[in-house]
Design a protein around this ligand. Structure first.
Ligand SMILES: O=c1ccn([C@@H]2O[C@H](COP(=O)(O)O)[C@@H](O)[C@H]2O)c(=O)[nH]1
Length: 272
C-alpha cells in the first residue's frame, strides 16, 4: 500500500488506530477452543467487529510462531481475511546480514503479502536495505521502544553533543529509504520524546504501540506526534482484543476500538 492510500483511509475513517492481533490460546474464550482453528475463529470475529474503526492490523508474529505450523496457518488465514484497504504490519522485528534479510523480506512480502514489517536496526544498513527493495512495502524500524529496557541502549549518548542512540538510528537510516517506505516505532510510553523525534523526522509515519495495557496516553501521543498527514499509527493489542474474556469478546473489542477511534477523530479534526 502506498502512503497516499494510507492517508486517505485515515481521513475516511477518521482513525489512525492499529489493532494488534496478539492472539494467545490461553486468553481466548474457552468456547472457541472447540473450533478447528481457534486462533483464526477468534481473529475473524475481532476483525469483523473492529474493521470499521481501524486503518491497520498488526499480528505480532511471536504469537503465531509459538504454535508451530498451525500458527503459521492461522496467520495466513488471518492475513487473507483482513479487508484489502486495511494496512497490515508483520510485527516480526527481523534483521540479519543482507543475504538473510532478503529471505525474511521474501517471506513476509512475497509469501505472505504483508504491507510492512518491523525491523531491528542494530545490524545496520545492509541488514535493512533488502526489505526496502519491494514496491509499496514498508519497513518500520525500531527507534525508541515502549519497554523499560529501552533505556539500556536506546538512550545511550553516542557523541559529544549528547545525541542519543535512538536519534542516531533515525537520522542515519533516513538516507536508506524515503518517507514513502520507512516508518519508525516509537513507544506511546515515550510520548515526552515525540517533539524531539518530530524535529528530526517531520514527515515519517510513526508506529506507536503502548496505548492501553502499557498505559501510554493517546492524547499525549497525538498532541506531540501528529504531522500534516497525521503521521501516526497508534496500536493497542490486549486493550482491544481482550476487552472481555467472555462470549461477548468481539462486541467488547468493537466498543474498545470505537472509543479510541472517536478520540482520534477529535485530534484529527484539528489537522485534516
Ligand atoms: O516498542 C514496542 C514495539 C512493539 N511492541 C508490540 O506492540 C504490541 C503492544 O501490545 P499491547 O497489548 O497493546 O501492550 C505487542 O505486540 C508488542 O510486542 C510494543 O509493545 N512496544
Amino acid at each position: 500500500m502506498n502512503k497516499q492510500a494510507l492517508v486517505e483511509q485515515i481521513k475516511k475513517k477518521q482513525s489512525y488506530l492499529c489493532v494488534g492481533l496478539d492472539t494467545d490460546l490461553t486468553k481466548i474464550p474457552t468456547h472457541l477452543l472447540k473450533e478447528e482453528d481457534p486462533v483464526f475463529a477468534f481473529n475473524k470475529q475481532i476483525i469483523d467487529a473492529t474493521a470499521e474503526y481501524c486503518v491497520a492490523y498488526k499480528p505480532n508474529i511471536a504469537f503465531y510462531e509459538a504454535m508451530g505450523p498451525r500458527g503459521w496457518d492461522s496467520l495466513q488465514k488471518t492475513l487473507e481475511y483482513i479487508p484489502k484497504e486495511i494496512f497490515t504490519i508483520a510485527d516480526a522485528k527481523r534483521g540479519d546480514i543482507g543475504n538473510t534479510s532478503k529471505m525474511y523480506a521474501q517471506a513476509f512480502f512475497e509469501q505472505m503479502d504483508f504491507d510492512s514489517i518491523t525491523v531491528a536496526p542494530y545490524m545496520g544498513e545492509d541488514s535493512v536495505t533488502p526489505f526496502l527493495e519491494f514496491e509499496n512495502k514498508w519497513v518500520i524500524l525500531l527507534a525508541l521502544t515502549s519497554n523499560k529496557g529501552s533505556s539500556d541502549f536506546q538512550h545511550l549518548r553516542v557523541d559529544s553533543e549528547g545525541t542519543a542512540l535512538f536519534e542516531r538510528v533515525i537520522t542515519t537510516s533516513q538516507s536508506w529509504g524515503s518517507t514513502e517506505q520507512l516508518m519508525y516505532v516509537v513507544g506511546a510510553t515515550q510520548a515526552q520524546k515525540l517533539q524531539e523525534i518530530r524535529a528530526i523526522a517531520p514527515d515519517h509515519f510513526l508506529l506507536v504501540p503502548g496505548v492501553g495495557a502499557q498505559g501510554g496516553s493517546l492524547e499525549e501521543v497525538s498532541k506531540y506526534g501528529m504531522n500534516k498527514d497525521c503521521g501516526l499509527l497508534v496500536n493497542s493489542s490486549r486493550g482491544i482484543i481482550y476487552a472481555s474474556a467472555k462470549e461477548d469478546f468481539a462486541e467488547a473489542a468493537g466498543k474498545a476500538a470505537q472509543t479510541l477511534q472517536q478520540e482520534m477523530a477529535v485530534y484529527l479534526g484539528e489537522i485534516l
